[in-house]
Design a protein around this ligand. Structure first.
Ligand SMILES: CC(C)(COP(=O)(O)OP(=O)(O)OC[C@H]1O[C@@H](n2cnc3c(N)ncnc32)[C@H](O)[C@@H]1OP(=O)(O)O)[C@@H](O)C(=O)NCCC(=O)NCCS
Length: 174
């Protein structure tokens, strides 16, 4: 497996494929949380992230196998999001290596903490979110903030199909 930050000039076909992969996996992992069928992202949005140098991809034998967005929140904090692994290759370590890459990239840039956000339904347990919460704990992340999504992001409230909490996880980058 190879992981690299995409150059800002990345091919439009790669950008489109990343947007498709993210929308495909989020359709399952956020099933029941949103009204309608709006995707998590679009090729235009991903293109903007690529131009900003924020998208890393994992490739296996040259094929796109996963992706992640890596941002810098402030001088000491990095964040990763939009993590996605090809469902046909689950459990092969692609997700774990993408998280490691995001942490290493942020540490090398001088960050001392890593952050991620997780959306969870408040009144029921979503299997994908439960898996993620346990996995992020195993990777050393701890919840530092819990809030009502509708309060923190009022413009998203009408799109929610169920009340959701918004968890912020953090981890010190040793
Ligand atoms: C989260 C995601 C990227 C993980 O991808 P992956 O390539 O399967 O991840 P890994 O192979 O590194 O496995 C991650 C962990 O899950 C475990 N795991 C993988 N497949 C499993 C399975 N079928 N049953 C139980 N555990 C499993 C692994 O043992 C590993 O745990 P460990 O790191 O403690 O050993 C992937 O599930 C995904 O795309 N999910 C949908 C999108 C999403 O929810 N993104 C995050 C939003 S915050």
């Amino acid at each position: 497996m190879e992981i690299e930050l995409l150059p800002p000039s990345a091919d439009v076909a790669v950008v489109t494929r990343i947007a498709e992969l993210v929308n495909q996996v989020y359709a399952e992992s956020e099933k029941g949380l949103w009204r309608g069928t709006t995707g998590r992202t679009s090729a235009d949005e991903v293109a903007g992230f690529v131009r900003a140098g924020e998208i890393a991809v994992a490739r296996v034998a040259g094929d796109l196998a996963g992706s992640v967005r890596i941002q810098r929140l402030d001088e000491k904090t990095g964040e990763f999001g939009m993590l996605a692994a090809d469902p046909a290759r689950r459990g092969a370590g692609i997700g774990r290596e993408l998280v490691r890459f995001a942490e290493r990239t942020s540490r090398d840039a001088g960050c001392r903490e890593m952050q991620l956000e997780l959306l969870v339904p408040r009144e029921w347990t979503h299997p994908s979110k439960q898996f993620l919460a346990e996995w992020y704990e195993r990777l050393g992340y701890r919840v530092t903030h819990r809030a009502d999504l509708a309060e923190d992001y009022p413009h998203l409230a009408p799109s929610l199909a169920t009340p959701c909490d918004f968890l912020v996880y953090r981890k010190a980058l040793g």
